[in-house]
Design a protein around this ligand. Structure first.
Ligand code: PGA
Length: 246
């Protein structure tokens, strides 16, 4: 049995006050989704405040990205050890916005995955195809190669110990959600690629998840929860989505 996981990616939104308020509300409602794990990814500068509110309520906190390096002259970067030090237990690696806007390659994503695990952070490896790639029938090839790059570096077992989030790029922040069947088809393929060890790996769907579409997505056999962007900034909406994982 895989325990559902609901993840909230706050991206570059909020302030100290709004981050603490959101964390406070989620923490005080922990009893509503006891059967699921929750992790939120605040902007790095708010991680410590949010972790202080949430970790005691058994809600995890993570970084939105991480450096592949342990330390050194990398201006602006944050290491996995530093995230751990702030109270993080998860980190997103390879989010499509990082791949597209900050030119993260599959190789550097694999190195970030490795750095995370070496520091006892659970990486959530984000994969997904663009609209053009889907139209050209390249969805499975793209996702397969994004995952294979990480397997090549850290091995299959290490990838199975992480979390994989399937996020079709065309569904992120667009309001255009993959159908439950489309998502399930990709999730099943990912699980197959992970082999026997993948039977316990949590696979999340992300891309315009809302309380209105979450139930149908989460009822699919290979979808173990969601990675939620915009809708995770509204406590009430995010709590509804969390409950739908159960
Ligand atoms: P969205 O973002 O829910 O706003 O589409 C998802 C994500 O980028 O993780």
């Amino acid at each position: 049995m895989r325990k559902p996981l609901i993840a909230g990616n706050w991206k570059m939104h909020g302030s100290t006050a709004s981050a603490i308020e959101l964390a406070d509300t989620l923490g005080s409602c922990r009893h509503l989704f006891e059967g699921a794990d929750m992790v939120v990814f605040p902007p790095a500068v708010y991680i410590q405040h949010v972790a202080e509110q949430l970790v005691k309520n058994n809600i995890a906190v993570g970084g939105q990205t991480v450096s592949e390096h342990a330390k050194g002259a990398y201006t602006g970067e944050i290491s996995a050890g530093m995230l751990k030090d702030l109270g993080c237990s998860y980190v997103l690696v390879g989010h499509s916005e990082r791949r597209a806007l900050y030119v993260e390659t599959s190789q550097s994503v694999a190195e970030k995955f490795k750095a995370a695990q070496e520091n006892k952070l659970t990486p959530i490896l984000c994969v997904g195809e663009s609209l053009l790639e889907r139209q050209q029938d390249k969805t499975f090839a793209v996702i397969n190669s994004q995952i294979a790059a990480v397997i090549d570096l850290v091995g299959l077992e290490a990838v199975c110990n992480g979390v994989v989030a399937y996020e079709p790029v065309w569904a992120i922040g667009t309001g255009q959600v993959a159908s439950p069947e489309q998502a399930q088809e990709v999730h099943a393929t990912i699980r197959k690629q992970l082999g026997e060890g993948g039977s316990t790996t949590r696979l999340l769907y992300g891309g315009s998840v809302k309380s209105s579409n979450a139930a149908a997505l989460f009822s699919q056999p290979d979808i173990d929860g969601g990675l939620v962007g915009g809708a995770s900034l509204e406590a009430e909406e995010f709590l509804k989505i969390a409950q739908l994982t159960l």
